[in-house]
Write a protein that binds this ligand. Sequence first.
Ligand code: MLT
Length: 335
Amino acid sequence: MSFKKIMAGIGVCSLGFASSAVFSADFNMRLSHGDNESNPTHHAALKFQELVEEYSDGRIEVEIYPSNQLGDEQEVAQSMRRGTIESAIVYTGNLVPLAPSAGVLMLPYAFTSSEEAWPAMDALQEPLNERISKEAGVRAVGLLEKGFRVLTTAEEPVRTLDDLEGQNIRVSPNNIAIETFKAWGIDPTPMAWAEVFSALQQGVIDGQENPYTTAISSNFYEVQDYITEIHYMMWTGPLLVSEQFYQRLPDDLQDAVDRAGVETANYERELSAKLTEEAKNELVDLGMELLGPPEDEAQWQEKAKAIWPEFYEDIGGEEWALEAQRIMDEAINNQ
Ligand code: MLT
């Protein structure tokens, strides 16, 4: 059995070496995420740790496990349902197979900017929680955002839809991403996040799509040459708490976790916006060519938006999909 599986299978209380404070806190929260320590996700994890420990007066201790140490994002989401991992930050696309209703955050071209996405996500958080707690036994205490997912490729630049032909692009394993790329004329390769860098390095795939900050933190500039700003989807990711764990907390500690979650999301969104701008310059210095949006962006949008109704069954049904869009549109219009 791998080290990470062993880590996922045992409680941290038996990991005496992990932290001496484990034994003084009333509750221990392991927080898993799939990025490394230079990614905004990890900065968010650190902020959440600081705020939970402060607002709970040390009665909750948070231990962070970056880089998929406790399992890949989908495995971790499953463990949270069972209550064997207490919290995680997971890309929405990796949660959707377990919690379809979260897919409303992923409809292609649903958001045109972070300024739109933030109030929309805030308005959606409570109604979304009612659904994902039933679907997957998790609740989002904050909704994070890292800017648009951009397409990176090696060797062949993608300036138009036609340029996609022949490219083997990895997407996160969810139907929305898969069907969107199919609408653009190619069959993408769904793959777990933990495998992406080596697949790029070995040439198993030609490209992938993730935010600018991830292209830096995951060293994609070593194995990728071009970036196209396809603007189709933002990286949104819930800061999740296992419902089983949450329900074990007394009211005052639930409040502490909720407050820390919202403040962490606000902190992470601002930080990501700043780091995204820095990442663009850094990627150019590191040799990547930034191509900007596709020359025929309107066609990309038209093809992807045309298939929205096909996604409704995958994201909790038409009624929910339309209700979620109404809630988000109202929040955007009222800001
Ligand atoms: C993915 O592409 O699977 C995710 O965006 C990776 C992540 O969580 O950063």
